[in-house]
Design a protein around this ligand. Structure first.
Ligand code: HEM
Length: 273
Protein backbone atom coordinates (compact mmCIF):
# COMPACT_ATOMS: atom_id res chain seq x y z
CA UNK A 1 0.00 0.00 0.00
CA UNK A 2 1.37 3.37 -1.05
CA UNK A 3 1.81 5.96 1.67
CA UNK A 4 0.31 9.40 1.29
CA UNK A 5 -3.07 10.52 0.04
CA UNK A 6 -5.88 8.02 -0.44
CA UNK A 7 -6.03 7.12 -4.11
CA UNK A 8 -9.74 6.64 -4.47
CA UNK A 9 -12.52 9.22 -4.41
CA UNK A 10 -14.74 7.28 -1.99
CA UNK A 11 -11.84 6.63 0.37
CA UNK A 12 -10.93 10.28 0.05
CA UNK A 13 -14.46 11.28 1.09
CA UNK A 14 -14.34 9.20 4.25
CA UNK A 15 -10.76 10.04 5.12
CA UNK A 16 -11.47 13.74 4.90
CA UNK A 17 -14.34 13.53 7.40
CA UNK A 18 -13.35 15.09 10.69
CA UNK A 19 -14.64 14.33 14.20
CA UNK A 20 -18.00 15.13 15.78
CA UNK A 21 -17.74 18.82 14.99
CA UNK A 22 -18.14 18.14 11.29
CA UNK A 23 -21.12 15.80 11.55
CA UNK A 24 -23.99 17.54 9.83
CA UNK A 25 -27.64 17.38 10.83
CA UNK A 26 -28.41 15.24 7.82
CA UNK A 27 -25.84 12.68 9.00
CA UNK A 28 -27.65 12.50 12.31
CA UNK A 29 -30.94 11.93 10.56
CA UNK A 30 -29.76 9.22 8.24
CA UNK A 31 -27.79 7.12 10.70
CA UNK A 32 -30.05 4.81 12.69
CA UNK A 33 -27.07 3.12 14.33
CA UNK A 34 -26.88 -0.65 14.36
CA UNK A 35 -27.83 -0.91 17.99
CA UNK A 36 -31.22 0.52 17.16
CA UNK A 37 -30.66 3.95 18.74
CA UNK A 38 -31.44 6.72 16.31
CA UNK A 39 -28.65 8.93 14.98
CA UNK A 40 -25.91 9.45 17.53
CA UNK A 41 -22.98 9.88 15.15
CA UNK A 42 -21.78 9.23 11.64
CA UNK A 43 -21.36 5.52 10.79
CA UNK A 44 -17.69 5.97 10.00
CA UNK A 45 -17.13 7.77 13.27
CA UNK A 46 -19.04 5.11 15.16
CA UNK A 47 -16.76 2.37 13.94
CA UNK A 48 -13.78 4.44 15.00
CA UNK A 49 -15.19 5.08 18.45
CA UNK A 50 -15.99 1.43 19.01
CA UNK A 51 -12.49 0.27 18.18
CA UNK A 52 -11.04 2.68 20.74
CA UNK A 53 -12.27 0.78 23.82
CA UNK A 54 -15.06 1.77 26.20
CA UNK A 55 -13.33 4.49 28.18
CA UNK A 56 -11.36 6.33 25.54
CA UNK A 57 -12.68 9.55 24.06
CA UNK A 58 -12.89 10.13 20.37
CA UNK A 59 -11.08 13.28 19.33
CA UNK A 60 -10.90 14.29 15.66
CA UNK A 61 -9.87 10.83 14.54
CA UNK A 62 -9.83 10.12 10.81
CA UNK A 63 -9.91 6.72 9.22
CA UNK A 64 -6.67 5.97 7.46
CA UNK A 65 -6.75 4.32 4.06
CA UNK A 66 -5.51 1.08 5.62
CA UNK A 67 -8.27 1.18 8.24
CA UNK A 68 -10.87 1.62 5.53
CA UNK A 69 -9.48 -1.25 3.52
CA UNK A 70 -9.39 -3.39 6.68
CA UNK A 71 -13.06 -2.51 7.29
CA UNK A 72 -14.00 -3.36 3.71
CA UNK A 73 -12.21 -6.69 4.12
CA UNK A 74 -14.01 -7.24 7.44
CA UNK A 75 -17.36 -6.60 5.77
CA UNK A 76 -16.63 -9.15 3.06
CA UNK A 77 -15.43 -11.69 5.60
CA UNK A 78 -18.32 -11.07 8.03
CA UNK A 79 -20.93 -10.89 5.31
CA UNK A 80 -20.01 -13.46 2.72
CA UNK A 81 -19.31 -16.73 4.46
CA UNK A 82 -22.07 -16.26 7.04
CA UNK A 83 -24.67 -15.67 4.32
CA UNK A 84 -23.36 -18.56 2.26
CA UNK A 85 -23.52 -20.96 5.21
CA UNK A 86 -27.01 -19.85 6.23
CA UNK A 87 -28.27 -20.54 2.73
CA UNK A 88 -26.48 -23.90 2.49
CA UNK A 89 -27.68 -25.09 5.91
CA UNK A 90 -31.19 -24.02 5.04
CA UNK A 91 -31.28 -26.01 1.79
CA UNK A 92 -29.79 -28.98 3.63
CA UNK A 93 -32.55 -28.81 6.26
CA UNK A 94 -35.23 -28.46 3.56
CA UNK A 95 -33.92 -31.55 1.80
CA UNK A 96 -34.07 -33.48 5.08
CA UNK A 97 -37.54 -32.12 5.89
CA UNK A 98 -39.71 -32.43 2.76
CA UNK A 99 -42.94 -31.53 4.58
CA UNK A 100 -41.41 -28.21 5.69
CA UNK A 101 -40.22 -27.62 2.12
CA UNK A 102 -43.74 -28.24 0.80
CA UNK A 103 -45.33 -25.73 3.21
CA UNK A 104 -42.66 -23.19 2.23
CA UNK A 105 -43.20 -23.85 -1.49
CA UNK A 106 -46.96 -23.33 -1.10
CA UNK A 107 -46.43 -20.07 0.77
CA UNK A 108 -43.98 -18.74 -1.84
CA UNK A 109 -46.19 -19.83 -4.71
CA UNK A 110 -49.12 -17.99 -3.14
CA UNK A 111 -47.06 -14.79 -3.05
CA UNK A 112 -45.95 -14.97 -6.67
CA UNK A 113 -47.61 -12.40 -8.93
CA UNK A 114 -49.03 -12.98 -12.42
CA UNK A 115 -45.65 -12.23 -14.04
CA UNK A 116 -44.02 -14.96 -11.97
CA UNK A 117 -42.24 -12.39 -9.79
CA UNK A 118 -42.09 -12.38 -6.00
CA UNK A 119 -42.72 -8.78 -4.95
CA UNK A 120 -40.16 -7.29 -2.56
CA UNK A 121 -42.92 -6.33 -0.11
CA UNK A 122 -44.14 -9.92 0.07
CA UNK A 123 -40.71 -11.21 0.97
CA UNK A 124 -40.44 -8.62 3.71
CA UNK A 125 -43.90 -8.80 5.19
CA UNK A 126 -46.11 -11.56 3.81
CA UNK A 127 -44.00 -14.70 4.01
CA UNK A 128 -44.03 -15.62 7.73
CA UNK A 129 -43.10 -19.25 7.09
CA UNK A 130 -40.04 -18.23 5.07
CA UNK A 131 -38.98 -16.03 7.97
CA UNK A 132 -39.56 -18.93 10.38
CA UNK A 133 -37.58 -21.39 8.25
CA UNK A 134 -34.60 -19.06 8.07
CA UNK A 135 -34.75 -18.17 11.77
CA UNK A 136 -34.88 -21.86 12.68
CA UNK A 137 -31.91 -22.54 10.39
CA UNK A 138 -29.91 -19.83 12.15
CA UNK A 139 -30.89 -21.25 15.55
CA UNK A 140 -29.85 -24.80 14.71
CA UNK A 141 -26.68 -23.84 12.88
CA UNK A 142 -24.60 -21.08 14.37
CA UNK A 143 -21.62 -20.88 12.05
CA UNK A 144 -19.90 -17.90 13.71
CA UNK A 145 -17.24 -18.59 16.34
CA UNK A 146 -18.32 -18.20 19.99
CA UNK A 147 -19.08 -14.55 20.67
CA UNK A 148 -16.49 -13.02 22.98
CA UNK A 149 -16.46 -9.89 25.06
CA UNK A 150 -13.98 -8.16 27.36
CA UNK A 151 -15.49 -6.81 30.59
CA UNK A 152 -15.17 -3.03 30.91
CA UNK A 153 -15.81 -3.13 34.68
CA UNK A 154 -16.00 -5.76 37.42
CA UNK A 155 -19.42 -7.36 37.02
CA UNK A 156 -21.19 -9.87 39.24
CA UNK A 157 -23.54 -12.25 37.47
CA UNK A 158 -26.87 -12.09 39.33
CA UNK A 159 -26.76 -14.12 42.54
CA UNK A 160 -24.30 -16.71 41.22
CA UNK A 161 -21.39 -15.29 43.20
CA UNK A 162 -19.37 -15.20 40.00
CA UNK A 163 -17.63 -11.90 39.31
CA UNK A 164 -16.09 -11.18 35.96
CA UNK A 165 -13.13 -8.89 36.46
CA UNK A 166 -12.52 -5.82 34.32
CA UNK A 167 -10.32 -6.80 31.39
CA UNK A 168 -11.29 -10.47 31.59
CA UNK A 169 -12.45 -12.09 28.35
CA UNK A 170 -15.55 -14.27 28.32
CA UNK A 171 -16.95 -16.43 25.56
CA UNK A 172 -20.68 -16.91 25.01
CA UNK A 173 -21.30 -20.44 23.70
CA UNK A 174 -24.08 -19.57 21.28
CA UNK A 175 -24.25 -22.97 19.57
CA UNK A 176 -24.79 -24.66 22.95
CA UNK A 177 -27.42 -22.13 24.06
CA UNK A 178 -29.32 -22.47 20.77
CA UNK A 179 -29.29 -26.26 21.03
CA UNK A 180 -30.03 -26.60 24.74
CA UNK A 181 -33.26 -28.27 25.89
CA UNK A 182 -33.27 -25.79 28.76
CA UNK A 183 -34.35 -23.10 26.28
CA UNK A 184 -35.78 -24.93 23.25
CA UNK A 185 -38.10 -27.93 23.33
CA UNK A 186 -36.64 -30.85 21.37
CA UNK A 187 -33.73 -28.61 20.31
CA UNK A 188 -32.24 -30.85 17.62
CA UNK A 189 -35.53 -31.04 15.72
CA UNK A 190 -35.79 -28.63 12.79
CA UNK A 191 -39.09 -27.02 13.67
CA UNK A 192 -39.78 -23.60 12.07
CA UNK A 193 -43.12 -23.43 13.92
CA UNK A 194 -41.28 -22.10 16.99
CA UNK A 195 -40.73 -18.89 15.04
CA UNK A 196 -44.32 -18.33 13.93
CA UNK A 197 -45.77 -15.16 15.42
CA UNK A 198 -47.96 -16.98 17.94
CA UNK A 199 -45.00 -19.01 19.29
CA UNK A 200 -42.19 -16.45 19.21
CA UNK A 201 -43.21 -15.08 22.59
CA UNK A 202 -42.10 -18.39 24.16
CA UNK A 203 -38.48 -17.65 23.27
CA UNK A 204 -36.63 -16.29 26.28
CA UNK A 205 -34.70 -13.04 25.78
CA UNK A 206 -31.00 -13.53 24.96
CA UNK A 207 -31.37 -17.24 24.24
CA UNK A 208 -31.44 -16.48 20.53
CA UNK A 209 -28.22 -14.84 19.45
CA UNK A 210 -27.95 -15.65 15.74
CA UNK A 211 -26.89 -12.05 15.06
CA UNK A 212 -25.67 -11.42 18.60
CA UNK A 213 -27.10 -8.60 20.70
CA UNK A 214 -26.22 -5.21 22.13
CA UNK A 215 -24.27 -2.35 20.61
CA UNK A 216 -21.84 -4.65 18.74
CA UNK A 217 -24.42 -6.95 17.19
CA UNK A 218 -24.38 -7.75 13.49
CA UNK A 219 -24.62 -4.64 11.34
CA UNK A 220 -25.67 -6.78 8.37
CA UNK A 221 -28.65 -8.52 10.00
CA UNK A 222 -31.46 -6.95 7.98
CA UNK A 223 -29.48 -7.05 4.77
CA UNK A 224 -28.58 -10.71 5.33
CA UNK A 225 -32.16 -11.72 6.18
CA UNK A 226 -33.49 -9.96 3.10
CA UNK A 227 -30.94 -11.30 0.62
CA UNK A 228 -31.18 -14.86 1.94
CA UNK A 229 -34.98 -14.77 1.89
CA UNK A 230 -35.04 -13.37 -1.66
CA UNK A 231 -32.59 -16.03 -2.85
CA UNK A 232 -34.43 -18.83 -1.07
CA UNK A 233 -37.81 -17.72 -2.40
CA UNK A 234 -36.58 -17.85 -6.00
CA UNK A 235 -34.74 -21.15 -5.53
CA UNK A 236 -37.62 -22.92 -3.80
CA UNK A 237 -40.08 -21.79 -6.45
CA UNK A 238 -37.98 -23.27 -9.26
CA UNK A 239 -36.23 -26.26 -7.69
CA UNK A 240 -36.91 -29.09 -5.30
CA UNK A 241 -34.15 -30.05 -2.86
CA UNK A 242 -33.82 -33.72 -1.95
CA UNK A 243 -31.41 -35.91 -0.06
CA UNK A 244 -28.99 -38.15 -1.95
CA UNK A 245 -26.49 -40.78 -0.87
CA UNK A 246 -23.94 -38.09 -0.01
CA UNK A 247 -26.31 -36.05 2.17
CA UNK A 248 -25.02 -36.25 5.75
CA UNK A 249 -27.52 -36.67 8.54
CA UNK A 250 -26.37 -35.78 11.11
CA UNK A 251 -23.93 -33.24 9.71
CA UNK A 252 -20.27 -34.00 10.32
CA UNK A 253 -18.22 -31.02 11.46
CA UNK A 254 -14.63 -30.15 10.70
CA UNK A 255 -12.33 -30.68 13.64
CA UNK A 256 -9.82 -28.24 15.08
CA UNK A 257 -11.47 -25.01 13.92
CA UNK A 258 -12.91 -22.27 16.09
CA UNK A 259 -16.03 -22.24 13.88
CA UNK A 260 -18.75 -24.89 13.54
CA UNK A 261 -17.89 -25.67 9.93
CA UNK A 262 -19.46 -28.68 8.22
CA UNK A 263 -17.27 -31.14 6.36
CA UNK A 264 -19.76 -30.94 3.50
CA UNK A 265 -23.41 -30.05 2.79
CA UNK A 266 -24.60 -31.97 -0.24
CA UNK A 267 -28.18 -32.17 -1.54
CA UNK A 268 -29.80 -33.20 -4.82
CA UNK A 269 -31.39 -30.39 -6.84
CA UNK A 270 -34.25 -31.08 -9.20
CA UNK A 271 -36.07 -28.52 -11.37
CA UNK A 272 -39.79 -28.27 -10.62
CA UNK A 273 -41.89 -28.84 -13.70
C1 HEM B 1 -26.70 -14.98 8.04
C2 HEM B 1 -25.80 -14.04 7.93
C3 HEM B 1 -25.06 -13.44 9.10
C4 HEM B 1 -24.93 -13.89 10.39
C5 HEM B 1 -25.49 -15.17 11.01
C6 HEM B 1 -24.13 -12.92 11.10
C7 HEM B 1 -23.81 -13.00 12.44
C8 HEM B 1 -22.98 -12.11 13.09
C9 HEM B 1 -22.57 -12.24 14.46
C10 HEM B 1 -22.99 -13.36 15.40
C11 HEM B 1 -21.75 -11.21 14.74
C12 HEM B 1 -20.97 -11.03 16.04
C13 HEM B 1 -21.37 -9.89 16.82
C14 HEM B 1 -20.78 -9.94 18.19
O1 HEM B 1 -19.57 -10.11 18.37
O2 HEM B 1 -21.56 -9.80 19.10
C15 HEM B 1 -21.65 -10.39 13.55
C16 HEM B 1 -20.92 -9.22 13.44
C17 HEM B 1 -20.80 -8.49 12.29
N1 HEM B 1 -21.44 -8.72 11.10
FE1 HEM B 1 -22.69 -10.24 10.68
N2 HEM B 1 -23.80 -11.90 10.24
C18 HEM B 1 -24.35 -12.18 9.01
C19 HEM B 1 -24.27 -11.39 7.87
C20 HEM B 1 -23.60 -10.21 7.77
C21 HEM B 1 -23.57 -9.36 6.59
C22 HEM B 1 -24.30 -9.65 5.28
C23 HEM B 1 -22.76 -8.30 6.89
C24 HEM B 1 -22.36 -7.11 6.06
C25 HEM B 1 -22.92 -6.77 4.93
C26 HEM B 1 -22.29 -8.47 8.25
C27 HEM B 1 -21.44 -7.61 8.90
C28 HEM B 1 -21.03 -7.76 10.20
C29 HEM B 1 -20.09 -6.85 10.86
C30 HEM B 1 -19.39 -5.64 10.22
C31 HEM B 1 -19.95 -7.30 12.17
C32 HEM B 1 -19.11 -6.68 13.27
C33 HEM B 1 -19.98 -5.71 14.03
C34 HEM B 1 -19.25 -5.01 15.15
O3 HEM B 1 -18.22 -5.52 15.62
O4 HEM B 1 -19.71 -3.93 15.57
N3 HEM B 1 -22.83 -9.63 8.75
N4 HEM B 1 -22.42 -10.96 12.56
Amino acid sequence: MKKGKPNNTLLNYFASREGNASVSKSDHKTNGGHNGKAGSDHPVHRSVINTQGPNKKFVNKRLTENEMIANAFGFLLAGHQTTCFALSYCLHELALNPSVQQILYDEINGATDLDGQIPYDSVLARLPYLDAVLSETLRRHFAVSPISRVAAIDYTLGNTGITIKAGQQIEIPVYSIHNSDKYFVDPFRFNPDRFLVQNRRNIRPYTLLSFSSGPRNCVGERFAMLTIKMTLAHMIRKYRFNTCTETDDPIRYQKFTHFMLPERLIVRIEPRV
